[in-house]
Design a protein around this ligand. Structure first.
Ligand code: BG6
Length: 466
């Protein structure tokens, strides 16, 4: 790759929650591995000194990672902090001065979606964008029209290869493994279609609430926060035909075909919920109709998947934290299989987080005269999630100019078209109690297919078992 390596990292939203939870630990890891040998300039609205900023970075890493004294010392020496209003031109003038020695700055926008426009315009006008790159956080826009407008603005300000649209799910090891496992195992392809798959379920459950991010969450809700991006990307990897080769664009071309074949979700096939207590969260409107839970049915109208329901469920304040995919196969329909036995138990189960598991559900005969069996699960792979963090990986890639693991704009547009009918308040909002599996109505969505599969608690999932 001939593109220049970025020589300064600027991050907007440096005092915010995302920076605190994800970005500082990723910056320390990049520093430790020698991939961040450049000034790191944080921007935020709080009037902090650089020492306060460094203290915040240390605290963040202690809370959400492990402090490495040597790497942190190097990182602290590179940290600078600029406070300013994103609407004020002088903020960008001061950034320009701070960037004096850099020719290819990388700007990362961890700001609320409604601020993207202002920051991009400010970077462009001040010439901070010149020869630079930009990483834009998800969700990319609020709907199709705003995504188009945002994209247009970005394309006017940065060359196309220098625009990076983040979706950290794509960079998760376990998510990439979905495609790898499918394509690397010849026993899967013959059954990976409408002839053999009964339904697919994806559950992204989180046992916590909005964790002080009420203000951000009010502008998104579960559909925009995790379905339009993370979970539809998971669907695309599960459902895609084999890409022409292993290059990133071949994979993204193949996924695009799936995104385009997704039928816009019918409001009649969706349930929205809000956990009891959400309205009392800081930053939340007293009469907010924002959903913290969604359950829906998605159809993919192509030769491989027509008629196979993809059930998606995501929510906050559920009984545990786990993201899991369940691909249930059709019944074998053989007389040897006793119909009185409950369920045929033929499935593939992919646990994406917190730990990584791939397992195969099957039935085996019980010892004895009768042709009766029991369900077993064969674990194909299991490891604790010790992967490089998605943010470390994505920042490292963007610094090198490699956009392989970022979302491509055409698929983002197609994803907005898919969720368009259920945005806003087209689907009534139901209240659910915290630490339950969402509103009771959610059970109706897959009712014809045996109901929801609830991920089991493990030691890492904050569930009760372990
Ligand atoms: C983020 C969402 O994109 O993903 C959060 O904004 C969500 O609401 C998070 O909690 C989950 O990501 P992970 O990697 O922690 O499972």
């Amino acid at each position: 790759m001939n593109s220049p390596v970025s020589d300064a990292l600027v991050f907007f939203g440096a005092t915010g929650d995302l920076a605190y939870k994800q970005i500082f630990p990723a910056l320390q890891a990049l520093t430790r591995n020698g991939h961040l040998d450049m000034p790191v300039i944080g921007l935020g609205r709080s009037d902090w000194s650089v020492d306060q900023f460094i203290a915040r970075a240390r605290d963040s890493i202690e809370q959400h990672g492990t402090l490495d004294a040597g790497a942190f010392k190097k990182l602290s020496a590179r940290l600078q902090y600029l406070s300013g209003d994103y609407l004020d031109n002088s903020t960008y003038q001061r950034l320009r001065v701070a960037l004096a020695g850099a020719n290819h700055p990388l700007h990362y926008l961890a700001v609320p979606p409604e601020m993207f426009d202002n920051v991009i315009r400010g970077l462009y006008r001040s010439r901070c964008a010149k020869n630079g790159r930009v990483i834009v956080e998800k969700p990319f826009g609020r709907d199709l029209a705003s995504a188009q407008a945002l994209n247009q603005l970005l394309m006017q300000s940065f060359p196309a290869p220098d625009i990076f649209r983040i979706d950290h799910y794509i960079a998760k090891e376990a998510v990439q493994n979905l495609l790898y496992f499918r394509l690397a195992n010849s026993f899967l392809e013959p059954v990976w279609n409408r002839d053999h798959v009964a339904n697919v379920q994806i559950t992204m459950a989180e046992s916590f609430g909005v964790q002080g991010r009420g203000g951000f969450y009010e502008s998104v809700g579960a559909i925009r926060d995790v379905v339009q991006n993370h979970l539809l990307q998971v669907v695309a990897l599960l459902a895609t035909d084999a890409p022409a080769d292993h290059h990133a664009d071949a994979i993204r071309d193949a996924k695009l075909q799936v995104f385009r074949a997704m039928r816009p979700i019918s409001p009649a096939q969706a349930v929205r919920g809000q956990f009891h207590g959400y309205l009392e969260e800081p930053g939340v409107q007293a009469d907010s109709a924002v959903e913290t839970f969604v359950a829906l049915r998605l159809d993919i109208d192509n030769q491989r998947w027509a008629g196979v329901p993809f059930y998606i469920r995501a929510g906050k304040q559920l009984p545990l934290t786990a993201t899991e995919v369940m691909v249930t196969l059709k019944s074998p329909h053989h007389p040897i299989f006793d119909a009185a036995e409950t369920g045929h138990g033929n499935y593939f189960r992919f646990r994406i987080s917190p730990e990584v598991q791939i397992s195969l559900g099957a039935r085996v005969k019980l010892a004895g005269e009768a042709m009766l069996g029991e369900a077993v699960e064969l674990l194909a792979q299991h490891h604790d999630s010790v992967e490089m963090s998605p943010y470390e990986r994505l920042f490292g890639d963007a610094i090198q100019g490699d956009g392989s693991l970022f979302a491509r704009y055409d698929s983002i547009e197609a994803a907005w078209r898919t969720v368009a009918p259920i945005l806003g308040n087209t689907v009534p909002l139901e209240v659910y109690e915290a630490q339950t599996w969402g509103p009771l109505q959610a059970a109706d969505i897959p009712s014809g297919d045996g109901g929801w599969h609830d991920p089991a608690p493990t030691k890492d999932s904050n569930g009760s078992a372990g």
